[in-house]
Design a protein around this ligand. Sequence first.
Ligand code: UT7
Length: 356
Amino acid sequence: MFRSKIAGIGYYVPERIVTNDELSNVMETTDAWIQERTGIQERRYGKKHAETTTSMGAAAARIACERAGIRPDEVDFIVFATLSPDYYFPGCGVLLQRELGITGHEAGALDVRNQCSGFLYGLSIADQFVKTGMYKNVLVVGSEMHSMGLDFSTRGRNVTVIFGDGAGAAVIQRSEDPARGILTTKLHSNGTYAEKLAFINPGAHGGYHAAKVEEAVDYGYPPADTYGEIFITPKMIAEGLIYPNMEGQFVFKMAIQKFPEVIQEALKEVGLQTTDISMFIPHQANLRISQMVQRLLGLRDDQVWNNIQKYGNTTAASVPIALCEAWEAGKIKEGDLVCLAAFGSGFTWASALMRW
Ligand code: UT7
């Protein structure tokens, strides 16, 4: 068994900056509310009808490949994590493969639907493939074009103000030094609360997505005995049921419980402690969550990287963007113990420890 490592990392954020004040022009919100509750000052939105989840992912992936010293066509396997794919199907993995011109040897491409923890799930998958020797260069991408699917009316303000667009990517290769690289990854989920943070429509659920299936939700589908079901009904559009929904406080409480749990689990497995962590990169869900987790772990400010202030919550992209920024800023050096962790919709949550 080999150890795997991040051999190259890159990120891409769109040019367009959207401030809290700009959002307050289209919905009832304020810069003060957003900053106080989330820490977010601004976020980026992709160029409408020009940039996509795939194109942003490809931009990040090109940088990651270059830094890993490989051409994109040397990638053996692609893992693409997103909750805002270009198409319902096929997934962004194959679209990215086409965009990067990796079709020559028809490498496998896998789409991961694990929302905020998607990149960490992808990293863990890549780690398994590389350490067993099955693949040499696995490309893991997290990318989101949230701005194409948010409710910009006051009804959607609790969700919309949080999210931003962007992408991050990493190339995973075998580590030549057995002491360095990914030490462990921990993956968890609990579907009990699937609808607490969800983007339910369009879907093939037919209204039966509640915890108890007999309690179908009336989305205005045609009668059950007709053929030709439709995904989006006029009722869904009229009532704004085609956007993400979130029970924010419930999610918040679960997050601050699960982040420390999954980090301690990883540390315990490799016989290390929180005091050994050089840099903690939390998924950027809410600055208040990151600060609470930091306190619970007893970490100093210089041991944690937060950038939600600039980018909002970029879901599957947030961990690789933050990791890449911290590394580019010289805050991660050879031999450092880097801790990544994420929690989000599903619920799914995960952590990774690596010796850089
Ligand atoms: O990355 C995936 C995981 N996601 C998370 O971890 C998110 C976790 N949750 C959160 O970050 C927070 O719950 C939010 C930032 C989403 C919301 O903050 P909150 O302090 O939990 O607010 P709330 O939802 O309890 O709403 C408080 C009040 C409500 O008004 P009333 O009922 O008290 O009159 C909301 O209608 O704030 C109102 N509100 C807003 N006001 C101004 C909700 N959104 C906004 C807004 N601007 N954007």
